[in-house]
Design a protein around this ligand. Structure first.
Ligand code: NAD
Length: 568
């Protein structure tokens, strides 16, 4: 539109980017766009049908991702209508696993920037970069520095696909209006040599800047966001490397409204799965001995929240810690072992060192094992059989992603435990039918059960500090939503298709918790919290356009001349 007049430019935006052929004749006449669209009038239902037919013609998931992102740019309401038409189908495209592929190919599929790019060279000017973002009322920021994208490592600026995808789920699953969400890439360089040599790479072409300069950037960013959008603007950290994730969480958690989804969101979804499993085993959390394969962000977050759940049952903190064991790449984490970080120290017990997971399981005879080390097949046949011999209902969570990294498959778990295993995975598995005809539906511990609802709840009542209890509240609420029928079929989570409803219910619970514990700053307290949450939610219905005058003075039309009313 570079050579077009301002009016024509705006008209084209209206035609192409807002609702296309869904404009009524009256609207077309009023807006002066009559003739700029084909004569047929179609409603959003038909537009949805057209999108789905086009979608079916795409060759592979990456093409589907590019197609959906194009739609998000063109017609945002229709994009979310498509997602909501079948969240279960589209989530793996706009989020894991396809988003990982998209991040790897970001330079190739890059069409139009989405979100804010702030670099290490913007230090001292971040506030003015934020001023360039057109929306003034931002409620949720999702930020990454691209250093540990999913299980794919350092993807530098290509990591922007992650905040974009996460925030799309905030809207699709949690109902948060997209204009209130801001994806941010903090580009400090990359240590990925392949990207540094790639002519299509879109980020800074130098090694990662670390140390004081990095910390100063983060400090300035947190302050600038909170100054511009308020202390209750939620800042979600995503896919930061271990070395920064824990310390930044510790540094900012009591200062700003922030959380780390890889640590705390994962924890809540895994603990929700465990709480649902306890309904099957008819036991308490503190009755269990839990071994983690992996001792990174996911393991530490989950272990922390399990400890809290045990403490809530009345067990002393020290005793809770003793029930949790961890195995990392060097073997069992025990007191006095080398390579122990501050986080690992807490779970190091007095015990001889053991190298092999098989031996650890034989020795400790746990009731639950949780795989979060991305070591494919780590739960060997021997381990699963041992778990089934020690326990009537062994809890086996193979949470590593993608599917190829899972510690065991759902089928292996159900078959080797004769259907007694209580299974959850990080990536989806198909239902399993045992030779005796019993059918099991494996639960997928998808973080999307947690972060959109938590984000909505936090922003709905203007919480300023995200406490760990909020995640335990979310986990308890999620486990509570699993029906007896779900449990009987092996499901530890509600169906993914009900995720919108799940998120809204979680948000209400979080609001209730926040007011009870003086965390909410929104006053007066809404008496009907459910109605309050619903009132905040984004609608995919088109707005109605009303123009004050039929005459468009050349080059004088601006967006403010056109008022939007919700179409009923
Ligand atoms: P991370 O890099 O922080 O931690 C990985 C851990 O695995 C480290 O402690 C490392 O020492 C350990 N490890 C590596 N090789 C090992 C080996 N051979 N034996 C034992 N331990 C070994 O990563 P993370 O964020 O904790 O994620 C780990 C896995 O969990 C990933 O596959 C991720 O996709 C998955 N995950 C799943 C969910 C979910 O299901 N909702 C959420 C978050 C992460």
């Amino acid at each position: 539109f570079l050579h077009c007049s301002k009016k024509f430019c705006w008209l084209m935006v209206l035609c192409v980017f807002l609702q296309g052929m869904a404009f009524s004749l009256e609207e077309r006449l009023q807006l002066g766009i009559h003739g700029l669209l084909p004569p047929c009038f179609i409603n959003q239902d038909v537009q949805l049908l057209r999108v789905l037919k086009n979608y079916d013609m795409k060759r592979d998931d990456l093409d589907r991702y590019v197609f959906l992102m194009g739609l998000q740019d063109r017609n945002e309401k229709l994009f979310y209508r498509v997602l909501l038409s079948d969240v279960e189908r589209f989530m793996p495209i706009i989020y894991t696993p396809t988003v990982g592929l998209a991040c790897q190919q970001y330079g190739l599929i890059f069409r139009k920037p989405r979100g804010l790019f702030i670099t290490i060279h913007d230090r001292g000017h971040i506030a003015s970069v934020l001023q360039n973002w057109p929306e003034k009322d931002i409620r949720a920021v999702c930020v990454t520095d691209g250093e540990r994208i999913l299980g794919l490592g350092d993807l530098g600026c290509y990591g922007m696909g992650i905040p974009v995808g996460k925030l799309a789920l905030y809207t699709a699953c949690g109902g948060m209006p997209p204009q209130q969400c801001l994806p941010v890439m903090l580009d400090v360089g990359t240590d990925n040599e392949t990207l540094l040599k790639d002519p299509l790479y879109i980020g800074l072409r130098h090694k990662r800047v670390r140390g004081q300069a990095y910390d100063d950037l983060l400090d300035e960013f947190m302050k600038a966001v909170s100054d511009r959008y308020g202390m209750d603007c939620l800042i979600q950290f995503e896919d930061f490397a271990n070395v920064n994730a824990f310390r930044l969480l510790t540094k900012y958690r009591n200062q700003y409204c922030t959380f780390n989804d890889d640590i705390q969101g994962t924890a809540a979804v895994a603990v929700a799965g465990l709480l649902a499993a306890l309904r099957i085993t008819k036991s308490k959390m503190c009755d269990h001995t839990i071994v983690f394969q992996g001792a990174g962000e996911a393991a530490m977050g989950i272990a922390e929240l399990i400890t809290m759940a045990m403490e809530k049952e009345g067990l002393a903190k020290d005793e809770c810690l003793k029930k949790i064991w961890m195995v990392d790449s060097k073997g069992l984490i025990v007191k006095g072992r080398d390579h122990l970080t501050h986080e690992k120290e807490r779970f190091a017990h007095d015990h001889p060192h053991m190298k092999k997971l098989e031996d650890v399981i034989q020795e400790l005879k746990p009731t639950a094992i949780i795989g979060v080390a991305a070591v494919a097949g780590a739960f060997s046949e021997q381990i699963i059989r041992d778990m089934a011999s020690f326990n009537e209902r062994p809890i086996i969570f193979a949470l590593s992603n993608p599917t190829s990294k899972a510690e065991c498959t759902a089928e292996q778990c159900y078959t080797l435990t004769e259907g007694r295993g209580i299974f959850a995975s990080g990536s989806p598995f198909d239902p399993v039918t045992l030779p005796d005809g019993r059918m099991f539906y494996p639960g997928q511990g998808n973080n999307a059960y947690i972060f959109p609802g938590v984000g909505l709840g936090i922003t709905a009542c203007a919480i300023q500090h995200v406490t760990e209890e909020i995640f335990l509240t979310a986990a308890e609420a999620l486990a509570h939503l699993v029906t007896e029928k779900d449990l009987a079929e092996g499901r530890l989570y509600p169906p993914l298709s009900s995720i919108r409803d799940v998120s809204l219910k979680l948000a209400v619970k979080i609001m209730e918790y926040a007011y009870e514990h003086n965390l909410a700053t929104l006053r007066p307290e809404p008496s009907d919290k459910q109605a309050h949450i619903h009132s905040l939610c984004y609608s995919t219905d088109y707005d109605e356009f009303v123009v004050d005058s039929y005459r468009w003075p050349e080059d004088s039309v601006s967006a403010t001349d056109v008022q939007c009313h919700h179409k009923m």
